[in-house]
Design a protein around this ligand. Structure first.
Ligand code: AMP
Ligand code: MN
Ligand code: MN
Ligand code: MN
Length: 273
């Protein structure tokens, strides 16, 4: 069983890479990719744990990008994680995340929320800082009652904390992944709230840049979406990937290895490695 989209506490997940690997094993996963946002720092620990647990670990990363003003996530799989281009990419993304965090902090202070940058930094605990850390701070301070509300009111698309101008293009992310010998995959294509026409255009640009894969199955996805994504993959001749997008243990709808079965009549990304 393949789970090729997961997060550890090195980005916005909760578990250490080692604990993530154990949990994946418990849930029947046999091939796991750790795909933290914009970082591969968790991979060495995950690799060691996977070797002990007799589970195959695939190197992974989830790059934040933008395309026509929309925030898009591109997954890299099975690349050489110590490749100089990948290392440089991670450094660039880390700088962008720091810059972005400062901007988010400033914007939140303008709408009356103080101390958000320091609070989010503390919550990120030395890992990659992201909007979920700001969301947790907003909850802790009583500004909102849930993650969902934090994104709806303050951090989601079109809200003060939605800052994405520093992210690279989709083409750039694909280039980084390809340079390091990996396979580029469009993450959770249904989550961008794009029309199908727009999504097709994104896929065309992605393919032209050298992208090869699309997540046909993502955690917590409706069956008709899987059907649509399968069809899109077929039409665009993309290789199918699947993954839970696991972040935290207490959300049963987004658990390791738990997602709809992959359609068995289309080529998969693992045929590429
Ligand atoms: P960032 O990488 O800093 O832009 O933050 C994006 C992350 O926030 C995603 O990867 C999700 O883990 C999380 N996220 C996005 N939207 C929501 C939401 N509505 N509720 C909870 N978490 C969300
Ligand atoms: Mn996330
Ligand atoms: Mn994502
Ligand atoms: Mn993810």
């Amino acid at each position: 069983m393949y789970d090729l989209h997961t997060h550890s506490r090195c980005s916005d997940g909760i578990l250490r890479p080692e604990a993530l690997v154990s949990r994946a094993k418990e849930h029947g996963v046999t091939v796991l990719a750790l795909t933290d946002h914009d970082t591969t720092v968790g991979l060495p620990e995950a690799r060691l744990a996977a070797a002990k647990a007799d589970l195959t670990l695939i190197s992974g990363i989830e790059f934040s990008c933008q395309w026509n003003g929309i925030g898009i996530h591109i997954i890299g799989l099975n690349f050489q994680s110590d490749h100089p281009q990948m290392q440089a990419a991670e450094q660039q993304q880390a700088r962008s995340r720091d810059e972005r965090a400062e901007l988010i902090g400033e914007r939140l202070s303008k709408v009356g929320i103080q101390g958000a940058l320091a609070g989010a930094r503390k919550l990120s605990d030395g890992g990659v800082i992201g909007r979920p850390h700001f969301a947790q701070y907003l909850i802790d301070q009583g500004h909102v009652s849930s993650m969902n509300a934090a994104f709806k009111r303050y951090l989601g698309a079109g809200k003060p904390g939605d800052v994405k101008q520093m992210w690279p293009s989709v083409e750039q992310a694909v280039e980084w992944i390809r340079a390091a010998g990996g396979v580029a995959v469009v993450a959770h294509p249904d989550k961008y709230k794009m029309t199908r026409t727009k999504l097709r255009r994104l896929l065309d640009d992605f393919i032209e840049a050298g992208g090869q894969g699309i997540e046909v199955v993502s955690g917590n996805q409706a069956p008709n979406t899987t059907r649509d994504m399968r069809l899109l993959a077929q039409q665009k001749e993309l290789y199918a990937s699947c993954g839970s997008d696991f972040h935290v243990p207490d959300q049963p709808w987004q658990e390791l290895g738990r997602y709809a079965p992959m359609p068995n009549d289309i080529p998969t990304v693992w045929e590429l490695w």
